[in-house]
Ligand binder design. Structure first.
Ligand code: 13P
Length: 248
């Protein structure tokens, strides 16, 4: 089964609404009017979400949130619900990014947030990945299997169409130290095998993330189990992000 590649740009804590609007105009011009071969998404911070959704409206570029809280509403200062994200015009969310997990998000919260997003009609990019310490201890496969078992426990068969998994080794995020294509492929194949026990692995899209640039994107995305990329730093400039989309 042919999987349509997905390239998503995670802006992290970058860009105001005005900057998002300027970015959208530039990226739309760079990518042209026709349909895009890969699916393309950007993940602005909450404060720029509605502006970005409006600025990308009518384009083939989706707007996703970077995180969400599992509760529908309530006393959760500083948090945002799935319904709020949908109301802002976004169509999906990242769940379980390692920077959120490092700030205290637990496996249980990741699972609950994944379920809340799907229930609200949002698409999800679930992020998993090991630390350098775990990799050096030879624990990568076990760790990924554990993260996946916990999160995918709340997903039903058939929902793989609204879910992608991003494998992002923590040691490769923002470090300029990309996984080699072979290392990435091994982990991506493992993720597909583990997720395949629960979901239709041939339909599920699995992305690589971690220091993806226009220079290494083509080789990484050419791996048999890589269905695209989740891009941080190199997605902040429209031209650089366009080059990665082209590589896909
Ligand atoms: P970088 O591409 O900046 O390494 O970030 C990767 C990432 O965390 C995307 O979610």
């Amino acid at each position: 089964m042919a999987r349509r590649p997905l390239v998503a740009g995670n802006w992290k804590m970058h860009k105001t609404g005005a900057e998002a609007r300027a970015y959208a105009a530039e990226l739309r011009a760079l990518l042209g009017r026709g349909p895009l071969v890969p699916e393309v998404a950007v993940c602005p911070p909450f404060t720029a979400l509605a502006t970005a959704a409006e600025a990308f409206d009518g384009s083939a570029i989706a707007v996703l949130a970077q995180a969400l809280h599992e509760a529908p509403q309530g006393a959760h200062t500083g948090e945002i619900s799935a319904a709020m994200i949908a109301a802002a015009g976004a169509t999906g969310a990242l769940v379980g990014h390692s920077e959120r997990r490092a700030a205290g998000e637990t496996d249980e919260q990741v699972a609950a947030r994944l379920r809340a997003a799907l229930d609200a009609g949002l698409d999800v990019i679930l992020c998993v990945g090991e630390s350098l310490e775990l990799r050096e201890a030879g624990e990568t496969r076990l760790w990924l299997a554990r993260q996946l078992a916990s999160a995918l426990g709340v997903v039903a068969e058939g929902e793989e169409r609204r879910l992608a998994i991003a494998y992002e080794p923590i040691w490769a995020i923002g470090t300029g130290r990309t996984a080699t294509p072979q290392t990435a492929q091994e982990a991506l194949a493992h993720v597909r095998a583990v997720a395949g026990a629960k979901l239709d692995g041939t339909a599920l899209r699995i992305l690589y993330g971690g220091s993806v640039t226009p220079d290494n994107a083509a080789e990484l995305m050419a791996q048999p189990d890589a269905d695209g990329a989740l891009v941080g730093g190199a997605s902040l400039e429209p031209a650089s992000f366009r080059d990665i989309v082209r590589a896909a």
